[in-house]
Write a protein that binds this ligand. Structure first.
Ligand code: NAD
Length: 480
């Protein structure tokens, strides 16, 4: 077991707060660490440090910021094994998934280093005006001190998607990791501390949502909150932020569909359903938890998917060959079990899973689960489950499939499997989702936008949009 760790990094200093967070390993239920997080003053001091540092950091060149982002990427690469181990033990994800996370973090810092470097040349570009009497130039300036609040399902990844573009833009940061999974971010903070970033530009405050997140959302010195988490909390953050008219970016829940068209390769469809539903034990905002299958393929698909689900190796994330680890904690485990039980009560037919594996009495393990005949008005069909649960349903026509997929308050991602390029493109265009994969797993690139329609998101992360979220636009117009 680790010892008590400092949970505050403020103005270049590590400190302990009065609130003790117990961090567990969800595979064993054993305590991994105790993190001494926020006390009443910490948020205030972190915001103050960031505000003071903003005067100089906002004036640094893009090239200088890019150098530091590259140093952070190099530091993460150097500590890849340590970070993987922390991700895996604290979140419960198998090591191959933790490796994907760490590599994503490296790619994100590298990508925004490039965008930061390109800023110098783009700054003060002339803007054409329909008058010879005036000239104009455009500036993109950092929006100020920003608050970043992240969840537990992809610790460090959701952080990197906010932190790298915020620093690239010239913002100063107060980061709040999830109280459930702070260990990877604490390690990342040590890497950042050694990267040459001036004190006060990056500050980290561990603690609960109420102790840390809520005061961040309310603080008038914070110009923008970038939040990833549940819809319920996202709404609260937005309400608090409204009082000081601060900018808000939200990445929230999802209820995404995988559409298997009549000419689909069934092996591929089963692999994509399994990956979209069971990666990270289904604890993904982008989980393709609804699987819509052309009626003619449905019986064969169900049989193959169930066989695949039953064959998935569930176990200790550090063990070789393990494909799915535990859910992140007891609360999440009980939430998912409650959804499964409510689904059964509502008349949904359970084909496999729905309970803990017989050989795993300890840890928050759940067998990969497949339901069919799920009533369209049930919570199982409509709500975000955030666990390894797939709901499969047949459709008679492309129109019906699109209508079923779009019938949700969410619109984060979608996937389409089919052989006819025209049909798959047509369906992709008709889906209300921010990212659609065709015949592809859920690959993510820093260059492509992340975010969705409807109640899934407000704004977009990654790509140039991710950095623009932390910039103000200024036009300077001069009489010629
Ligand atoms: P959560 O909303 O409970 O917590 C998210 C963060 O907000 C945590 O750091 C938490 O401490 C903090 N928080 C809690 N109460 C707060 C308050 N009143 N004010 C400010 N901050 C507060 O979410 P979670 O359970 O950690 O994560 C799961 C959720 O995250 C799911 O709904 C999932 O869909 C969503 N998510 C979305 C994306 C995306 O990109 N759209 C990515 C990952 C996770």
């Amino acid at each position: 077991m680790m010892t008590v760790q400092h949970g505050l990094y403020i103005n270049g200093q590590w400190r302990s707060g009065s609130e003790l967070l117990t961090v567990i390993n969800p595979a064993t239920e054993a305590q991994l660490a105790t993190v001494a997080g926020c006390d009443a003053l910490a948020v205030d001091q972190a915001v103050q440090a960031a505000s003071v540092s903003f005067a100089s950091w906002s004036q640094t060149s893009g090239a200088a910021r890019g150098r530091i982002l590259r140093a952070i990427a190099a530091g993460v690469a150097e500590q890849r094994a340590t970070l993987m181990q922390l991700q895996s033990s604290n979140n419960g994800k198998p090591e191959f998934e933790a490796a994907i996370d760490v590599d994503d973090v490296i790619a994100t810092f590298e990508y925004y280093a490039g965008l930061a470097e390109a800023l110098d040349e783009q700054q003060d570009r002339p803007v054409a005006l329909p008058s010879e009497d005036f000239t104009a130039r455009l500036r993109r300036e950092p929006c100020g001190v920003v608050g970043l609040i992240v969840p537990w399902n992809f610790p460090m990844v959701t952080t990197a998607w906010k932190l790298a573009p915020a620093l690239a833009a010239g913002c100063c940061v107060v980061l709040k990791p999830s109280e459930v999974t702070p260990l990877a971010e604490l390690q990342l903070a040590k890497i950042i501390a050694a990267s040459g970033l001036p004190d006060g530009v990056f500050n980290l405050v561990c603690g609960t949502g109420l102790a840390v997140g809520a005061p961040m959302a309310a603080d008038p010195r914070i110009a923008k909150i970038s939040f990833t988490g549940s819809n319920a909390v996202g709404v609260q953050v937005m309400q608090r932020a409204a009082e000081t008219v601060k900018g808000v970016s939200l990445e929230l829940g999802g209820k995404s569909s995988l559409l298997v068209l009549a000419d689909a390769d069934l092996d591929l469809a089963v692999e994509l359903a399994s990956g979209g539903g069971y990666f990270n034990a289904g604890q993904m905002c982008s989980a393709t938890s609804r699987v819509l299958v052309a009626e003619a393929l449905l019986p064969e698909f169900l049989q193959r998917l169930t066989a695949r689900a039953e064959a998935i190796q569930v176990g200790e994330p550090s063990q070789e060959g393990v494909e799915m680890g535990p859910l992140v904690n007891q609360a999440q485990y009980l939430r998912v079990i409650a959804h499964i039980e409510a689904g059964k009560q509502a008349g949904a037919r359970l084909l496999c899973g729905g309970e803990r594996p017989a050989d795993r009495p300890l840890g928050y393990f759940l067998r990969p689960t497949v339901f069919t005949d799920v009533p369209l008005d049930s919570a199982l069909w409509r709500a975000e489950i955030f666990g390894p649960v797939l709901c499969v349903r047949g459709f008679a026509s492309e129109t019906e499939a699109i209508a079923l997929a779009n019938d949700s308050e969410y619109g984060l991602v979608a996937s389409v499997v089919g052989s006819d390029p025209q049909a798959t493109e047509r369906v992709a265009n008709a889906l209300q989702a921010g990212l659609v994969w065709i015949n592809a797993p859920q690959v993510i690139f820093p260059q492509a936008a992340w975010g969705g329609y409807k109640q899934s998101s407000l704004g977009r992360e990654l790509g140039p949009w991710g950095m623009q979220a932390f910039q103000e636009i200024k036009h300077v117009i001069r009489a010629a």
